[in-house]
Design a protein around this ligand. Structure first.
Ligand code: CO8
Length: 262
């Protein structure tokens, strides 16, 4: 696939491979403009629909995952420009609707829309030099792509308020302690770590991976009782798959399962 603002590459030698999308506007520290968000959405949808892909990684550069929405593109926006064009709604939320797992591999700054983009991914692996922040308040606006909603769910009210109201950035170690990121590694190990997590996911049964993701996400949309009922139905339904028989037979026979993703 040929794009101007992102790069794509596939990795792995199993039946399912990993699709890696790299945000690539280095001169603008990966500021996110409409062209980039359109291309990112297109690449995500293509990987989500591709039967040979089992997991997706979204990453940026060493210095910046993404410095946020492109300020120069929105500096002169009027309310009607933003409202009538469906700014953000139009092309930012594709990531949140992808069914396959999406890992954010974050090195350098993830600010504003960049932090929000990372939080739309299923989990974040950070390099030690990663810094997360929601500095929109300094521009006279507030986060607009889920920052005020996903950040408190990830790190709790106090830290979220601190970051959103003062624009304080959170380093990788604090982000891991707070639960925003799942792993922190040395910068030079970031892609190896993300690719190895993705390869693990690719080796599993895709239907159970899709249902596991759907079920965890349901926890953010429902009461505990309703969420558990939902999980139980998905759990029961997996006994209708060939992969459940294969997975359990292989375990009992002490061999590696050969999943057929059905
Ligand atoms: N938008 C546009 N251009 C940017 C942005 C940005 N967000 N960030 C950096 N740039 C540009 C700089 O203006 C500079 O351009 P030039 O070379 O022409 O002068 C170039 O990128 C390099 O930047 P710096 O010289 O500042 O590089 P540093 O290494 O000194 O600093 C930082 C890097 C820390 C990333 C710094 O540039 C910075 O703080 N940037 C702004 C971060 C910010 O405020 N982000 C929030 C933006 S608002 C937002 O995200 C709203 C989200 C709403 C939802 C999303 C809707 C799309």
């Amino acid at each position: 696939m040929d794009y101007d603002t992102i790069l794509t590459a596939e990795y792995g030698d199993g039946a399912l491979r990993t699709g890696v999308i790299t945000l690539n506007r280095p001169k603008q520290v990966n500021a996110l403009n409409d062209a980039l968000m359109d291309e990112l959405g297109d690449a995500l949808c293509a990987y989500d629909a591709d039967d040979r892909i089992g997991c997706i990684i979204v990453t940026g550069g060493e210095k910046a995952f993404a410095a946020g929405a492109d300020v120069s593109a929105m500096a002169r926006f009027t309310f009607m420009d933003a409202f009538r064009s469906g700014f953000i709604t139009r092309n930012w939320e594709t990531l949140a609707s992808v069914r396959k797992p999406v890992i954010a591999a974050v090195s350098g700054v993830a600010l504003g829309g960049g932090c929000e983009l990372a939080m739309m991914c299923d989990f974040i692996i950070a390099a030690e030099n990663a810094r997360f922040g929601q500095p929109e308040i300094k521009l006279g606006i507030i986060p607009g792509a889920g920052g005020t909603q996903r950040l408190p769910r990830a790190v709790g009210k106090s830290k979220a308020m601190d970051m959103v109201l003062t624009s304080r950035m959170m380093g990788a170690a604090e982000a891991e302690r707070a639960g925003l990121v799942s792993r922190v590694v040395a910068p030079e190990q970031l892609m190896d770590e993300a690719l190895s997590a993705a390869a693990m996911i690719c080796s599993l049964s895709l239907p159970s991976v899709l249902m596991a993701k759907e079920s965890v996400n349901h926890a953010f949309e429902s009461s505990l009782a309703e969420g558990i009922r939902y999980e139980r139905r998905l759990f029961h339904s997996l006994f209708g798959t060939e992969d459940q028989k294969e997975g359990m037979d292989a375990f009992l026979a002490k061999r590696t399962p050969e999943f057929k993703h059905c």
